[in-house]
Design a protein around this ligand. Structure first.
Ligand code: MN
Length: 739
């Protein structure tokens, strides 16, 4: 059967569960021994407690936990997890207590519900600090029982499916949060079906402009695509049919988010992305996978460098398959994955597929155990990371699937994220090996530390006793383990240096007054001094002086009995102070739109490349002497800037006042119909938007491309105008242009 699943506007269709009977039916299909009475009891309990509560859609609240359990049942999870799905919001949102749940449903379920409640209580609120902290908690929760996170993922999926009921300004924030945290989590746990649906839902709300253009483009070529899929299936079927290989062929278009990522990473238009089709051949055994690969390569030429053997080298999330890209019918590039039925199950459901729902109380297999181990390590590495932003930064890298497989000199396989260097390799083995790493021999040849490891490389680390980590290494290291070890080392070094420097400075200052420092660092006066400054030891005092946080003169003043006040003053002014000062002299009279690190009187510039408007997610970069430059957080240019200069910025108000409009560019693709331009400019006018300039050109295939320069107050106004444009007949797509 063809698997192409094109629907109307949305790419993924789903049917909400209406009754608990439907849920029970679903469960009975894969677990005939399931205790369905327990399910019904949990449903009744939840329904009773949520009585009188409603979703934004107007439905009774119970529809949400029921749907969440439905998703968990689709993943074929055990009864305890599904019951947790039904109860997951009761403790947080109703009068039910954890004790009630323990009494009614037992210890395990109470613990699971408690875990989900705790994750729910972490409110993300866009602050990097909270986000980092929350992921940390989530991972800790996961280390205890992975099922907590599975319920949370199902909860988020249902909320994403019903996101259109949320107010506009929350939609893109929730979508972005899901994209950054939940999608990678689902991916790391191998739950592909869930990850794909989440990603496309996020795409739709996070970049509606591009999303709808892509949907239209795909729909346009739908019939042709389906014919092509049929042709490929037929030819594979014929080739394998001559053998005795039992097989099944599936063909589909890749999901929208992956197509979009391909377009942006290679800077292509949709028409230029050729390998949007993916095919799957499912056979019965591992040898048959390789056999099938041979037959396929005999009918179509493989594209060099695109063959990957994830059977011999499974991904960290246990994914296995053979991947190849071939020049298919008509010379089109198509991707083919070959796998067994069992591999297919794991590819689709990941960690959820390992769940042995029949063995009560013993739900973990070796493979889930390995994954739990990975999580525990992740938590350990991050225990020393105090700064939440640092934590978030490193943990995000770990959550994304690894792409590079390299060999140790012993022939063991190690897995790394793309871009990883010998430093990552060295630290993955031992921190001492990392700390003394000088370079590496890759396939026998010396390479520098910044070398980016390639698939299949054999890596041998070269060390030196005189080598030690430096801050620069952070530029080369990619994995969180390497980064946190380097930071730890650098901080420790800095501390040592500050101690020595501080001691020197203090002694020098005392000498100026003809006193020996050491004499004064004891006794009651000194102890009182430490106390007053919140210091725990003499060492800490020196370190503080070394860091420039404490003036040696302070010590002299407080500790020398007959100190004469002198008026010479040295000012150490932090860079941020200077920025603020410069800003204060230049700042306009009107209230600032943006606050930097909590201060709203800092001079800001809007980057020309992405010209952010109020409501966009933004980041700020300190530019010397010119205050802070604002970029949209997805701006390519912003990624190229020195990340050390990044500061947290926030809109002080979602709405700009009149007179604070900002220019943005919109590209509108439409049919070449007379009168459309007039309708478009009316759509702008209806939303109170001025058109500064407009350019129109027509294409050979009777399409028109208009580029409007408009001035808008905020993202909400812009988005409403975009929605207005999209409703006009003949308009094919609207896109906000970033130059
Ligand atoms: Mn919920």
């Amino acid at each position: 059967m063809a698997q192409a699943h094109f629907t109307t506007d949305d790419f993924h269709s789903w049917k909400p569960l209406k009754t608990v009977d439907e849920l029970c039916e679903k469960i009975a299909k894969y677990d005939s021994q399931a205790d369905l009475n327990l399910i019904r009891r949990a449903y009744t309990f939840s329904e009773k407690h949520h009585e009188g509560q409603f979703r934004r859609s107007g439905e009774p609240y119970i529809s949400h936990p029921l749907s969440v359990s439905g998703i968990l049942a689709d993943l074929r999870l055990d009864i305890e997890t599904i019951v947790t799905g039904l109860l997951h919001d009761t403790v947080e949102d109703t009068t039910a207590t954890l004790d009630d749940i323990k009494r009614e449903f037992g210890e395990t379920i109470a613990t699971l519900v408690d875990g989900v409640t705790k994750i729910n209580q972490m409110k993300f609120r866009n602050s990097v600090e909270k986000q980092g902290e929350n992921i940390r908690k989530m991972i800790v929760a996961m280390g205890k029982d992975v099922r907590v996170v599975l319920v949370k993922l199902a909860d988020r999926l249902h909320n994403m499916r019903t996101l259109h009921h949320m107010p506009y300004d929350k939609q893109s924030r929730i979508a972005l949060e899901t994209l950054e945290i939940y999608c990678p989590l689902a991916g790391r746990m191998g739950i592909n079906t869930l990850k794909i649906e989440l990603e496309d839902l996020c795409f739709r709300y996070y970049r509606p402009d591009v999303y709808y253009i892509l949907v239209q483009q795909i729909k346009k070529s739908e019939a042709e695509t389906n014919r092509y899929i049929e042709e490929v299936r037929k030819q594979i079927g014929e080739a394998l049919g001559k053998t005795n290989l039992k097989h099944e062929v599936q063909g589909r278009s890749k999901h929208l988010w992956s197509i979009y990522k391909k377009m942006t990473s290679r800077d292509l238009d949709y028409e230029q992305v050729y390998d949007v089709l993916a095919f799957r051949v499912i056979v019965s055994s591992i040898p048959e996978c390789y056999e099938a690969l041979g037959y396929i390569h005999s009918i179509w030429k493989p594209v060099p460098g695109r063959f990957k053997d994830f059977i011999a080298m499974p991904k960290a999330n246990n994914y296995q398959s053979l991947h190849t890209t071939v020049m298919g019918p008509g010379g089109e590039r198509i991707e083919i994955q070959i796998r067994t039925q069992e591999m297919h199950l794991i590819a689709e459901r990941g960690i959820a597929a390992h769940w042995k729902y029949k063995e009560k109380g013993n739900a973990s297999s070796n493979k889930t155990e390995a994954q739990a181990q990975w999580l525990r390590e992740l938590v350990q590495w991050h225990q020393n990371v105090r700064n939440p932003e640092e934590f978030l930064d490193t943990v995000k890298t770990d959550l994304f699937e690894s792409e590079i497989y390299v060999f140790t000199p012993n022939g063991d396989v190690r897995e790394f994220p793309e871009g990883a260097t010998p430093l990552d390799f060295a630290y993955s083995i031992h921190s001492d090996l990392g700390n003394s790493c000088m370079g590496a021999r890759v396939n026998g040849k010396m390479v520098p530390l910044k070398y980016r490891m390639q698939n299949g490389d054999t890596i041998e680390i070269v060390t030196s006793k005189t080598q030690s980590p430096s801050k620069d290494w952070l530029k080369f290291a990619v994995t969180s383990k390497a980064k946190s070890k380097i930071r730890q080392f650098v901080k420790e070094e800095q501390r040592k240096r500050s101690l020595i420097l501080g001691k020197e400075l203090v002694e020098k200052e005392f000498r100026k007054f003809g006193a020996a420092a050491a004499k004064h660092f004891q006794g009651d006066v000194f102890n009182q001094f430490l106390k007053d400054f919140g210091l725990h030891s003499m060492e800490e005092m020196f370190i503080r002086v070394g860091y420039g946080k404490l003036e040696p003169r302070n010590l002299v003043e407080k500790l020398l009995p007959n100190f004469n006040q002198q008026t010479e003053k040295t000012e150490t002014q932090s860079f941020m102070d200077k920025v603020v000062k410069a800003a204060q002299t230049k700042i306009r009279k009107s209230k600032s739109l943006v606050s930097v690190d909590g201060m709203d009187d800092v001079l800001v510039h809007f980057a020309k490349c992405c010209s952010p408007i109020p409501g966009d997610s933004i980041v700020g970069f300190i530019s010397r002497g010119r205050g802070v430059t604002l970029h949209r957080s997805d701006c390519k240019k912003a990624f190229e800037l020195d990340q050390e200069r990044k500061v947290e910025v926030q809109w002080t108000s979602k709405k700009a006042e009149l007179g604070q409009e900002r220019n943005v560019k919109l590209k509108v693709l439409s049919q070449d119909i007379t009168g459309l331009l007039k309708m478009m400019s009316e759509a702008f006018a209806v939303h109170g938007i001025n058109i500064e300039s407009a350019q129109v050109r027509t294409t050979k295939d009777k399409k028109a491309i208009c580029v409007f320069q408009i001035s808008v107050r905020d993202a909400k106004q812009l988005s409403e105008a975009i929605l207005g444009l999209q409703k006009i007949r003949g308009i094919l797509g609207v896109e906000r242009v970033m130059s």
